[in-house]
Design a protein around this ligand. Structure first.
Ligand code: CU
Length: 266
């Protein structure tokens, strides 16, 4: 991800320098084609899966670090202050219950550890919140995306493409393209989720909810219903097929307004 971001930075910078040299129109069209190329064809749309991966990694690393420091410090102190035969008990002016320590390093240490913990926790909350705002807002900023309606039925998933073509059980999408889902239900509450693509949203009758994802690798991804919706709930599965862009376009051009049912792989 780092290298992809770096690549995008470099491309943007070059776009900027180039636009100084070319006329406005020439620069505009070159820039448009180029950004398209970078954002869509190189798979540079930051997917929710990447965002959640980053959050997981940061929490894992920080959690491990804090754990190591706390355990090491505990072990160090238990060794340092271990009971020793024959040693006279140290006379220390300890604060009594309810009294703040007035002298010595104890108070400073306490204050320091509280401050560091507060800074870490508050920055984590801030960072996670702003990162999740990206997941919330990105599709609105991104004009070049694919919109699909997802309708929950007892007990199947129906996908309706922009040309009116509807398919039951299989959703085909092109690789590296932002796929915006508009979910609703025909009967009861359902919940559409594709664990591997880190996408999950309610499908509620009379309402439309949205969710989005980017398939970065071609292949088949299992989708399930995550809301207990009746006796067939556990069979309410679907497959998301991420295809190469050309293969997808070829397939999409053969579709019309008809309904097609593809068997769901168990
Ligand atoms: Cu369901």
């Amino acid at each position: 991800m780092f290298y992809v971001n770096k690549l995008r930075d470099i491309c943007y910078r070059n776009d900027f320098y180039l636009s100084l040299l070319l006329t406005k129109d020439m620069a505009g069209s070159w820039l448009g084609a180029h950004i398209d190329g970078v954002l869509l064809h190189a798979g540079d749309v930051r997917a929710p899966a990447d965002v959640f991966g980053d959050i997981y990694q940061v929490f894992l690393i920080l959690g491990t670090l804090v754990g190591v420091v706390v355990i090491a410090y505990t072990l160090y102190n238990s060794y340092k202050y271990r009971a020793q035969d024959g040693a006279a008990p140290e006379s220390v002016d300890r604060p009594s219950l309810g009294e703040l320590p007035t002298s010595g390093g104890g108070g400073r240490k306490l204050f320091l550890s509280f401050s560091i913990s507060a800074i870490i926790v508050l920055s984590l909350i801030g960072w996670t919140y702003t990162t999740l705002l990206y997941v919330e807002n990105e599709p609105a900023q991104h004009e070049d995306r694919m919109d699909v309606d997802v309708v929950g039925h007892r007990f199947s998933w129906e996908f309706v493409y922009p040309n009116g073509h509807s398919a039951t059980g299989t959703l085909r999408v092109p690789k590296n393209e932002l796929v915006q889902l508009h979910l609703t239900s025909n009967d009861v509450f359902h919940n559409f989720g594709v664990p591997e693509l880190r996408v999950k949203a309610d499908a509620i009758p009379g309402q439309t909810t949205t969710a989005w994802f980017v398939g970065k690798e071609t292949g088949e991804y299992a989708a399930h219903c995550y809301e207990l919706c009746g006796s067939g709930h556990s069979y309410m599965d679907a497959t998301v097929v991420v295809m190469e862009r050309d293969a997808y376009r070829e397939w999409y051009n053969t579709t019309s307004g008809g309904n097609e049912t593809e068997a769901v792989k168990p």
